[in-house]
Design a protein around this ligand. Structure first.
Ligand code: SAH
Length: 359
């Protein structure tokens, strides 16, 4: 039986060198190939003009570069944000968001097809985890979205579908390969990883990828409230999570971001802002307040006030008031609108729709 050739984006620079040697090729071809793949974002071997035709033919037979293919694209009103739906070879859909700023384009990539963390407000976990994405698929998310947006990125955020620390090994390989100086030579400081709070993963990140920025999804100022919306809160308390973030800061000296999705009548009151401020006071951190992006089909509140009603994002006034209270306690905070809201495609909603059509 014929096995499928491996995608070239799955290889580290060392592995690619060995692979070329095994094909009877000179090891320096790996440098050329890595520069084409990662540096120039070229996936079509026929465009790699400094590689001899014979070598390219061998590679065509022994490898491939089509782990992902574009399936759909949506552009926001302002033209700055594009959302790309990409399809894996085994038929899963994932989302990649490209954000254009004046000089700092960034891309938000998915790390899993689906997610098993089960946060009740998040569309990504609505149908569970399908599978982990590979390092090569994550690399192709960046490269294909750059091609589709006709621009290059300076920043990569691992904040799309999935929990990156639940797919640690492939995420690590992606970061290592993408920041290898034979390829893109992107600084690890330009990469931010967002987690729902997997404590051992935060410690590994601090030890093994110390330049990568950390963002932590908090969403509540105490354990009781957090447990109602995030199952992971039952595994690690806020005290344990914040201690891990502190260890990360001590080891890396990189300022962490805390994400806080403001849910109307649930976690957006002035008293809760003060409670959050007390929790984060005296830490060097930034709080990102994101009014929840409500979507049909999302789970309702747990027991208690609001039971049975769908969750809604906090209004502009409540968000600003929340930010001011944090500010008054010297906790820096910004209010962000969830990207893609105007194209009905925030936070896993696009993929969810498409998977439902397919299933
Ligand atoms: N699993 C990681 C990264 C993916 S989610 C994490 O939990 O951090 C990226 C961010 O979007 C997280 O902060 C997540 O809680 C938030 N998010 C998910 N659904 C949302 C929604 N409907 N509205 C606003 N933010 C949402």
């Amino acid at each position: 039986m014929k096995t499928h050739p491996k995608d070239l984006f799955e290889y580290s620079f060392m592995e690619l060198t060995e692979f070329l040697e095994a094909l009877g090729e000179k090891p320096f071809r790996a440098k050329q190939l890595y520069a084409w793949l990662y540096g120039k974002g070229v996936t079509d071997l026929s465009e790699m003009m400094d590689i001899p035709a014979g070598t390219r033919e061998k590679l065509l037979r022994a490898a491939r570069t089509d782990a992902l293919a574009p399936a759909d694209a949506l552009r926001s009103e302002d033209g700055g944000t594009s959302k790309f739906l990409l399809k894996t070879r085994d038929g899963h859909f994932i989302e990649t968001v490209f954000m254009k700023y004046k000089s700092r384009n960034s891309v938000c990539i998915s790390t899993q097809a689906g997610c098993r963390m089960g946060c009740v407000f998040c569309a990504s976990g609505a149908s569970g985890l399908r599978r982990n994405l590979t390092a090569g698929e994550m690399a192709l998310e960046v490269i294909l979205s750059e091609r589709l947006a006709q621009a290059r990125v300076k920043n990569i955020v691992l904040m799309g579908i999935g929990e990156p620390l639940d797919n640690y090994n492939e995420v690590k390989r992606f970061i290592e390969n993408f920041t290898d100086d034979h390829g893109r030579d992107l600084s690890r400081r330009a990469i931010t990883l967002s987690t729902c709070g997997i404590v051992p993963g935060i410690d590994r990140l601090a030890a093994e990828l110390s330049q990568v920025n950390l963002a932590v999804s908090l969403h509540a100022p105490n354990d009781a409230l957090r447990e109602r919306i995030m199952p992971v809160a039952r595994r690690w308390t806020l005290a344990e999570l914040l201690a891990a973030v502190e260890r990360h800061y001590e080891a890396t000296h990189r300022r962490p971001t805390f994400e806080y999705a403001l849910i109307e009548g649930f976690n957006d009151s002035p008293a809760q802002a003060a409670e959050l401020a007390k929790l984060l006071r005296a830490r060097n951190c930034l709080v990102n307040l994101i009014p929840l992006n409500g979507a049909e089909g999302l789970s309702p509140y747990g027991a208690g006030a609001g039971a049975g009603k769908p969750m809604r994002g906090a209004g502009e006034d409540a968000a600003q008031r929340f930010r001011e209270i944090l500010g008054a306690h010297h906790v820096p905070a910004t209010v962000r609108r969830s990207l893609g809201a105007d194209i009905g495609a925030a936070c896993g909603q696009l993929r969810l729709r498409r998977e439902e059509e397919v299933l």
